[in-house]
Design a protein around this ligand. Sequence first.
Ligand SMILES: Cc1ncc(COP(=O)(O)O)c(C=O)c1O
Length: 443
Amino acid sequence: MLNTPAPRDPVITESERIYGRAVEVIPAVTQTLAKGPGQHVRGISPKYLQRGKGAHVWDVDGNEYVDWCMGIGPLVLGYADAAVDEAISRQLQDGITFSLMHPLEVEVAEMVRELVPNAESVRFSKTGADVTSAAVRLARAFTGREHVLCCGYHGWHDWYIATTDRRGGVPEAVVEETSTFPYNDLDALARSLGPETACVILEPVVFEAPQPGFLAQVQSLCRQNGTLLVFDEMWTGFRLALGGAQEFFGVSPDLATYSKAIANGMPLSVLTGRRDVMRLLDRDVFFFTTFGGEALSLAAALACMRALRDRNVPARLARVGKRIRDAYNRIAESLGIAAWTRCFGMDCRTIVTFDAAAGDPLVTRSFVQQELVRRGHLWSGTHTVSFAHGEAEADRLIAAYEEILPELKSAVEKGDVPGRLRGEPVEPVFRRASNFDTKPCRT
Ligand SMILES: Cc1ncc(COP(=O)(O)O)c(C=O)c1O
């Protein structure tokens, strides 16, 4: 077991110095909202990381943490995985981006086809938003319809961000063409579907598990309505099972989108789907981009997928993740606080929640985060387990929860959680963990 270090505020002078420069030149300061300073207790948490190895990271001031965020998903094997890094280095000797196609495009597409159930055809791009947008455009072209129903987070492009309150700059005509529906609510979905619905795009699971038969029923409602079904597997792909949620739940959508875990940190996203739909990409539906066939990411993806398969990674993620979830809930129950805090989600990716009954959930979460960062854990409410998180890292986190939750209980009972915060509380997360129905179209 790793020793639990005595709690201490990390020195974050260099983080703050760089941040001071960033606010002068980078609007919103961050390129990825979930990595920005609003998601970590200001004044206590580091803002910039320098280096990672396995499940551990070092900030720019030299402090070490066990990372439970893992690059917001991509680091499924852990930082600096030897097999992936060697594949990248080997490819680097030959080149990164070329003037003609590269054979890796074919090799990686064939491997994706082997692993992902609906992958009759495969295309690559760089970001999650690229491929969800390509899926939506394909669905519109295939069905000759325009309306999109979605459930989850799908990226920054117009068609999705239209459903949020941060849609400045999105034309009204686009806003009208996307609506949301609530997860695990077939009646609401049935009422939302119409002759205008081109596709239903959803994250097959975020934290709340699908009710038995939910995904199969979504598929059959879509089929009855002539609507394409798209699974956004950015989080579930190559993590829940090698073939993602499609394999795990046994439901194959018409189209599916992947990124994050496929290349252990290199920027690659994937669109998979039915050949007859994907064939529209031959000509009518335009989906091409300069870096789509960039070879370092493809080399990384090949090595990463092989490692995921050969090391049986999804089973390991599930085992370690389940242990953490069960331990958290056991500690909360033994303290009598399980009514207002619990850990839930699929084994490989779980979230800790705090009920308003215990005070402002943002303040409560901030307190737990503060105490975790003081014990060497980088945490923002979720456990994104990687292959590099062994029993030692799990033991260390559980030991920290055993210390922190009694402190939290006492602070809640005294109404003193805000008083125990040593920095500014975190801001609300933009990317929702539940209640996705922000822009319904039902009457
Ligand atoms: C489920 C899901 N879909 C789409 C996206 C967008 O991906 P990207 O940020 O790479 O554009 C994300 C990003 O986190 C995501 O979680």
